[in-house]
Design a protein around this ligand. Sequence first.
Ligand code: ADP
Length: 284
Amino acid sequence: MCLLLLTTCSLLLEKKMIVVKVGGSVGVDLDAVCADVARLVAVGRPLILVHGGSHLTNEVATALGHPPQFITSPSGYTSRLTDRRTIEIFEMVYCGQVNKSIVERLQALDVNAVGLSGIDGGLWRGTRKKAIRAIENGRLRMIRNSYTGRVEEVNINLLTTLLSNGFLPVLTPPAISYEGEAINVDGDRAAGATAVALNASDLLILSNVPGVLRDFPDESSLIQHIPRHDIDRIAENYAEGRMRIKLLGAKEALDGGVGRVIIGDSRGTQPIEHALSGTGTIIS
Ligand code: ADP
């Protein structure tokens, strides 16, 4: 029995695994993403979907009287300031409304999707940061009440058990700390860690832009290819805010053995097919 499961899992991982991360910004077309997922699943391509929910979380947090706050690290990365109340709102939106709406769409397309956060089954584990450094009005500030971290371990057993039994995992932050606290982790980097753990051939990071733009927001200035050695330079010179984190996630994924990363657009039809055929920014 154990041998059978092991054989099924290694067969599964030998096939070209795709990890798709779809963002939570305005314009993302979840219907189109789910239609593409269903097409790929129907032809037997192993796939995992990871999603965000930032825009809706901002709206709900504001409506609940706890508006979002963002911080910028000394190295220029922007992230959500996540106190305990923010984690609760985050869970309502990411693990609740957004996750279930994706699972519902996929079920309607005959895909047996299972929604999980990184907390469930200890799927994504990491260390909660004791203190975060942020630059505020040009000065360094230490933040100590934040529930954030980075995915350090992925429960591969859980994912391969689901995949080998015909379920499609739909994953979302938060993750879980080693002490058992929910921690906000970046979805792009979590998708990268998942792609590394599953030895994926492709990591697709789909957002509301055509890819990395040389002259944001001019959409005709798409950078079509970024070689591994050039990621840092491009990030520093062209990417702002959240795009920088996507490039960091791409770098971590490539360094962990993922074949290629494509940052693509999820605003139109067939977003996954287009990205797989090379539309967007290919990082390899
Ligand atoms: P998602 O929620 O889809 O993951 P994010 O908002 O986190 O998307 O990141 C994508 C955003 O990055 C774009 O909407 C854009 O505002 C921003 N961005 C910053 N610099 C660039 C750039 N050079 N090229 C493309 N997008 C950029």
